[in-house]
Design a binder for this molecule. Sequence first.
Ligand SMILES: *[C@@H]1O[C@H](CO)[C@@H](O)[C@H](O)[C@H]1NC(C)=O
Ligand SMILES: *[C@@H]1O[C@H](CO)[C@@H](O)[C@H](O)[C@H]1NC(C)=O
Ligand SMILES: *[C@@H]1O[C@H](CO)[C@@H](O)[C@H](O)[C@H]1NC(C)=O
Ligand SMILES: *[C@@H]1O[C@H](CO)[C@@H](O)[C@H](O)[C@H]1NC(C)=O
Ligand SMILES: *[C@@H]1O[C@H](CO)[C@@H](O)[C@H](O)[C@H]1NC(C)=O
Length: 454
Amino acid sequence: MLPKFDFHQRFQLVFLLLFIVSSASAEEYRIVTTWDNRTIDHADKPVIVQLDRKDASSFKISVAAPFFNDPPKPPGAEVGEPFYGLWDYEVVEVFFLNDQDQYVEIEFCPWGQHIVLLLNGYRKMIRHSLFIDFKVTSRTGDYWKGEAIIPADLLPPNVTKMNAYAIHGSGDKTVYESLYPVPFNSTAGADFHKLDAFQPFDRNIILTADVSSYSQTWTDSFEGIRRLKIDHTWNGAFLGEKEAVDLEIETRSGTGLVVKVSAPFYDDVPPPPGPSGWPFNSLSSYEFTSLFLVGGNNVEALEIQLGPWGHYDVIFWSGSSNLSNFHPEIVYQVDWQNSTEGKRWIGTAMIPFAYLPPKVFKCNAHSAHGPSESRQINSLYPTSGILSPNLHNQNSCKAIDMTTIYPGNDNAKCSDVWTGKVPNCPVPYSAGHTQTANHLSLLLAIASIASFIL
Ligand SMILES: *[C@@H]1O[C@H](CO)[C@@H](O)[C@H](O)[C@H]1NC(C)=O
Ligand SMILES: *[C@@H]1O[C@H](CO)[C@@H](O)[C@H](O)[C@H]1NC(C)=O
Ligand SMILES: *[C@@H]1O[C@H](CO)[C@@H](O)[C@H](O)[C@H]1NC(C)=O
Ligand SMILES: *[C@@H]1O[C@H](CO)[C@@H](O)[C@H](O)[C@H]1NC(C)=O
Ligand SMILES: *[C@@H]1O[C@H](CO)[C@@H](O)[C@H](O)[C@H]1NC(C)=O
């Protein structure tokens, strides 16, 4: 039974509710101490971080901060994109932590870049370069402001604590600032991951719907899965869910990359049957989906084309030219999901790690169907400002974190498969004999991945 309130009690209740609502949303934090609890030298103009609710699926972080322009702009970094290593530049950072030492680290740079890391225990990064919508809204000679919309599914479940930081300056003049510092005279170096310095945080400040279980993003990060969705036309029109193509990338076998495509079937004229098990060199004229993985120097790239009838092609790129005489094998299998609403084909491909260019750090994916006069081409990351689709445009590619699912990705050395085939992967002078991959050993590697996965 509900208690009855007299007018006075109701009045108090309304006030109490108003107080709860207003105190639980939007909170401002001023960073006035260094990481080891000294007062900063610009305490009159500190870094200000404001946290706000937005909606059930996202929250807002606003930053207003002095602009030191030191270190200078991160080289080669694109505005609005993740930049791995941003912590070596001028940044403002916010961390949210739960009681299982799982946390998300979100960094903002006055030049418009960001980086988001997921950590499962002290410094145990399980994912980086997740996407957020971050914009620098103003930047004058000595001040900048930025706003970010953060998907709530980047938070670990049941966040209870937070901390915020800022970095500026170079070399031994680098200044590390913390909202919640460690005690003065700490003998250790600055460490923003000192989780016991974090302080209690009411997550209702940012959440309208609680995050109390692991989101898909967290689960995928534990399991080593990357999900991509082709849901735009190549030049940016949004496609409905029925037309979207889903890609999943994972490395569980430990010997290769497994790429899974789930795509609507358009029943185009199928390509002529290719030699069974071998690549088919003109698949891009038919119904197909492709994944384009770009290496760390923005030159080498690997393209994998997959079709609904078991055809595939593997193309090695060096800048804008491809190795037209080298289309190596992979293992590829197609399954079907036929229902009254429509048919989807599920293609699963096993690609040896040796096919990857060194340091894969960005990707795009495309799908196409229909005859040439009415061909429809769709993209994961659309391009604007060009007149015709270019499925090998490295500028349209965006960050993918391969390293936490394949540690060998960090190796800057070209694999045997790339060595001797492109200018950036010369045969080592001292080798005395060419190191091109032995065909048989590659086939054996592929076969072993296949037996693990299929
Ligand atoms: C930082 O210094 C302030 C003021 O001296 C003190 O109250 C606070 O406890 C210190 N914090 C830590 C973590 O030592
Ligand atoms: C800081 O630490 C040094 C060496 O451990 C000690 O000599 C000094 O007295 C300490 N200063 C303060 C203010 O605690
Ligand atoms: C989060 O907290 C709720 C309520 O205490 C609990 O039921 C849930 O299991 C917690 N989630 C995780 C992942 O621990
Ligand atoms: C690869 O290069 C050859 C020769 O330049 C060209 O004819 C072919 O169209 C290219 N392949 C793709 C998929 O663009
Ligand atoms: C599903 O549809 C495809 C394409 O029409 C066909 O080849 C396949 O045999 C069908 N599978 C089943 C189980 O009906």
